[in-house]
Design a protein around this ligand. Structure first.
Ligand code: PGA
Length: 239
């Protein structure tokens, strides 16, 4: 795993945007795997700026998001569909027909997971997958458990994740307790993975990731099995 330690969030975001922008320059038809949460917002801001100044274009880019709460309406301001439009897609020249997010409005969760997994499988390989990391070491909504799932699936959220996400909701009780998420195998299919971490709250999760050991108790550690992972973090998350 390549590790890039940055002095702060801004530098981390710029570094991640540099890699994504380089990929889009090399192949304007790139496929990007995208994440939600606070961590990638700065990276998306950078990419928006670069799109606005004409350095990059999303015109022919395809995207696959990692996860979505379930069930949730796309119009709900806490849905990841809403988040992605708000933080990236509404501000760049992407064709929304090429945007893929698990459908939180689907009537049948199992069918939706199958559909999403098949859509990823039928698309050209994801060139870069952007990931955040949970305080508990989760990636997407693959939570610490005795067994991890390989493919897209419906999952329950742990208390730790519900607690961490409660800041976006009026009260903790409003946080959905289930979600649709890519599995570890789905994520690992990407050619390259960029995992971002900032702030002291991520220190333990980053330490587990860098320990070189693999355990389902910290799902991100599975990334040690992938041959092209870049961890970009700030000093607070690294020390
Ligand atoms: P955060 O979430 O970026 O909001 O800290 C990261 C994650 O849970 O994967």
């Amino acid at each position: 795993m390549r590790v890039i330690v940055c002095k702060d969030y801004e530098e981390m975001s710029k570094k991640a945007a540099d890699i994504v922008a380089g990929q889009l320059a090399m192949n304007p038809k790139s496929v990007l795997g995208l994440a939600t949460g606070s961590t990638p917002v700065g990276t998306y801001k950078e990419l928006i700026n670069r799109c606005k100044d004409g350095t990059i274009s999303f015109k022919d880019v395809t995207t696959f998001n990692l996860d979505e709460y379930y069930p949730i309406k796309k119009s709900n301001s806490q849905s990841y569909d809403y988040f992605m439009n708000d933080n990236l897609f509404n501000h760049v020249d992407i064709d929304k027909a090429n945007v893929n997010i698990p459908n939180g409005e689907a009537a049948d969760a199992a069918e939706e997971c199958k559909r999403y997994e098949a859509k990823i499988a039928s698309s050209p390989q994801v060139d870069i997958q952007i990931l955040g990391i949970g305080q508990n070491g989760h990636i997407a909504f693959n939570e610490p458990e005795e067994e991890l799932y390989s493919e897209t699936h419906l999952t329950g959220l742990t208390d730790n994740t519900i607690e961490a996400n409660a800041r976006f909701f009026e009260k903790k009780e409003d946080v959905p307790t289930t979600a649709l998420t890519m599995g570890i195998g789905t994520i690992m299919k990407a050619k390259k993975i960029i995992i971002l971490a900032n702030g002291a709250a991520k220190k333990d999760a980053v330490a587990a990731l860098l320990s070189g050991k693999i355990t389902t108790a910290s799902p991100a550690t599975m990334l040690n099995c992938h041959n092209d992972v870049v961890l970009i973090c700030d000093e607070a998350a690294y020390n």
